[in-house]
Design a protein around this ligand. Structure first.
Ligand SMILES: Nc1ncnc2c1ncn2[C@@H]1O[C@H](COP(=O)(O)OP(=O)(O)OP(=O)(O)O)[C@@H](O)[C@H]1O
Ligand SMILES: [Mg+2]
Length: 263
């Protein structure tokens, strides 16, 4: 059995979470790791990126079956994506919405995902499980943070993004105190970086406040990083000038070494 690292990619605001999951997942696979991506967002952006729409066997259905003590075959829910070298459990808008309504009346509402992952050995065959969170601080995100050992926070480097960043960090702090003492922020990744005064001021403010938590690699805003149309992660591009590919490979290296320092 592997020492599976579970990472929740979270921020209350749109900030490149899905792009980060897709590219970090593919980059970690390129490094030889076995990777599972869980789409935890009712928007289904990550699933749609891989061509999976409105999928019947999805993470919310799994969690609902777990709550209702129904038999589950995890393998039926895992989609292999050979192009990107990763496995995926998709999301489904209707089932995620149903989950968030049903869960409110249940005991242990924040820990369903954690209990599901702990119960099935299949999940321990992975080196990395990345959870693509929805843009919120709701009970769904509570579930991702309760299940994870690490939180990675992409942060769009622009003014007005400081409040959602601190809200997300507040939620992580609460979950750590109340439910998941193992939870650690593995890093804040500055995204959509460009050479404007506003952006540089935002980066400086975040650096001044969070210092060592900031990944030394930052993500450049680029026209090429469109995650919504292509089914292949930008990180797989061999073009020497593909900044997104180069930067996400560097983020993957930094992530592995940061986690190494935590162990
Ligand atoms: N470095 C980048 N340069 C330019 N565009 C980018 C970059 N990274 C991501 N994008 C684009 O920005 C949009 C938002 O990114 P993404 O969907 O990854 O954010 P998100 O945090 O997952 O959003 P949400 O909170 O809605 O789930 C997408 O269209 C994506 O293709
Ligand atoms: Mg997203």
């Amino acid at each position: 059995m592997k020492n599976t690292k579970i990472i929740a990619v979270a921020n209350q605001k749109s900030s490149g979470k899905t792009t980060t999951c897709v590219n970090l997942g593919a980059a970690l696979s390129l490094k030889g790791f076995k990777v599972l991506l869980i789409d935890f967002d009712p928007q289904e952006s990550l699933s749609n990126f891989f061509g999976l729409y409105n999928f019947e066997k999805n993470i919310a259905d799994l969690m609902l079956k777990h709550i209702n003590k129904q038999p589950i075959s995890i393998e039926d829910y895992i989609i292999r994506n050979e192009v990107n070298g990763i496995d995926i459990i998709p999301s489904n808008n209707a089932d995620m919405n149903l989950f968030s309504r049903v869960i409110i009346s249940k005991r242990g509402q924040e820990t369903v995902l954690r209990r599901l992952l702990a119960k099935h050995d299949t999940f321990r065959s992975y080196d990395y499980i990345l959870i693509d969170c929805n843009a919120s601080v709701d009970v769904t995100v509570d579930n991702a943070l309760s299940a994870a050992e690490y939180a990675l926070i992409p942060c769009w480097a622009a003014p007005f993004n400081f409040a959602p960043l601190t809200n997300t960090i507040g939620q992580i702090t609460d979950i750590k105190e109340e439910l998941n003492p193992d939870l650690k922020i593995i890093g804040i990744l500055l995204t959509f970086c460009e050479r404007t005064t506003n952006c540089m001021a935002a980066c400086e403010a975040v650096r001044n406040r969070f210092d060592d938590l900031i990944f030394s690699t930052t993500m450049t805003r680029t026209a090429k990083a469109d995650t919504s149309l292509k089914e292949k992660a930008a990180v797989l591009s061999n073009a020497k000038d593909n900044k997104t590919a180069i930067e996400y490979r560097a983020v993957a290296d930094e992530l592995v070494s940061r986690i190494g320092r935590c162990e």
